[in-house]
Design a protein around this ligand. Sequence first.
Ligand SMILES: Nc1nc2c(c(=O)[nH]1)N[C@H]1C(S)=C(S)[C@@H](COP(=O)(O)O)O[C@H]1N2
Ligand SMILES: [Mo]
Length: 262
Amino acid sequence: MSKIMLTRRKLLVTGAAGASSLVLGGCDTFDFLSQNDSAARAVLEKANDLTYHAQRLLIRNGALATEYSETEIRQGQRPNGSTDPQTNEYLTLKDNGFADYRLSVTGLVERPRNYSLSELRNMPSRTQITRHDCVEGWSCIAKWTGTPLSRILDEVGLKPNARFVVFHCYDKYDDNAGAVPYYESCDLVDARHPQTILAYGLNGESLPVANGAPIRVRIERALGYKQPKYVHTIELVDSFAHMGRGKGGFWEDLGYDWYAGI
Ligand SMILES: Nc1nc2c(c(=O)[nH]1)N[C@H]1C(S)=C(S)[C@@H](COP(=O)(O)O)O[C@H]1N2
Ligand SMILES: [Mo]
């Protein structure tokens, strides 16, 4: 184990050191990274590839993120990014206590369908106490309860060419050129990971609006921005070149690392 950790650390540090100081700069603005031809962006993309391949090679695909005990929960989950979406669709759902919410599962699946909140809540659930790490430099330990994403993927059945899962969110966030919908994505290894859940519960209560009600995703081996809140659609794709600016997520489109493993 320690040998693997050392090798991994060395690989990641020598390979990505230049980029990680940029990546860890925060969730704020990243003007220069939004230009496709920027040199900084090319460095980040190389580091991203290296991180992804190194992690997939050296870490067992099913390795779990650390789980904590109740006593290690020191505070509520600090709300960050969008905390009160203002799109009409979301406001209408919220006014009605999310009774009309439906999670759609679409794209490269055999049996597209949608799920009401009670359907999701009635499926087998997983509860985990994990640490959320935001690139702005803060962490929070919290208890998340939700439906394992692997269950949903099994129910809808993936087409053979499905490679990534994209999460589309209700909120819009300013990407310097205007407000665009927040979205995120992960590969099928992370999607099927046992700790990847569609969370509807936080610290024993139903998930508050500030933290992504009614459904937010937890991908526990990834950084904070890979934990999409206010999710309305899960789309299976073979590429995300055609959405946003083609990099697989709101922050990725501004130059952040796609894999964002921790
Ligand atoms: N839809 C959506 N999801 C999002 C964000 C957002 O602005 N919109 N912000 C991300 C970032 S940067 C962080 S750190 C976490 C914050 O989650 P929290 O509010 O539950 O702490 O949500 C992530 N998911
Ligand atoms: Mo974040």
